[in-house]
Design a protein around this ligand. Sequence first.
Ligand SMILES: Nc1ncnc2c1ncn2[C@@H]1O[C@H](COP(=O)(O)OP(=O)(O)O)[C@@H](O)[C@H]1O
Ligand SMILES: [Mg+2]
Length: 232
Amino acid sequence: MLTIDTLNQYYGESHTLWDLDLEVPAGECTCVMGRNGVGKTTLMKAIMGEVGIASGSIRFADDVELTRQRVEARSRLGIGYVPQGRQIFPLLTVEENLRTGLAARSDGLKRIPERIYELFPVLEEMRHRRGGDLSGGQQQQLAIGRALVLEPRLLILDEPGEGIQPNIVTLIGEVIRRLIQEDGLTVLLVEQKLPFARKYADRFVIMDRGRPVARGPIGELTDALIREHLTV
Ligand SMILES: Nc1ncnc2c1ncn2[C@@H]1O[C@H](COP(=O)(O)OP(=O)(O)O)[C@@H](O)[C@H]1O
Ligand SMILES: [Mg+2]
């Protein structure tokens, strides 16, 4: 679904992503792990075009070269993105927040797909509340719902469980599995929490200082790898 090849990225003089390659197979959840500051969020932003890259290639679906596409075009191709820290619009209602996602659709649909309320019933109940009045967990559901409005083929989630109560983290994990199994989505997840990755991801990629250092099916995420690359 997504193939990244020799990607290099800099913030000014600071070389952040180093000759990075990554394969995100279709119909699975691939989990990018690694300590704070290793470049996970930068990688997601590079995929979405929110940071420029120095070199490399990012191919999506039927071999579209994403690095030649503008930011808006990338979501329109079918990539939903839930950035770290949620970033919903606090002054807009839940429904208005969801509607902002419609702009990224290529078919001009004007209605929020029912599926979103089916996956996150609380969003329907709170349709007329302001985003800013929701709890952190509800805001995260809203952020995911908004990314799903365009009915993406690939969903990118950057630490969706960060600072959120455990029952909502579980709900998000279950939604990820339903999206894969029932809707045929592919998921690229950034997640540092081991139990969550082990329960909901199919494969892992561990990053260290801007490059992948280990990867494989989630069953191969050993305690030795965790000790070496994940614990502080
Ligand atoms: N906008 C920015 N300008 C300069 N440096 C940045 C910027 N964003 C992140 N960085 C730096 O790039 C590195 C990777 O950050 P990030 O991708 O956010 O890591 P992670 O998501 O793995 O915690 C860190 O050293 C961070 O300080
Ligand atoms: Mg991050």
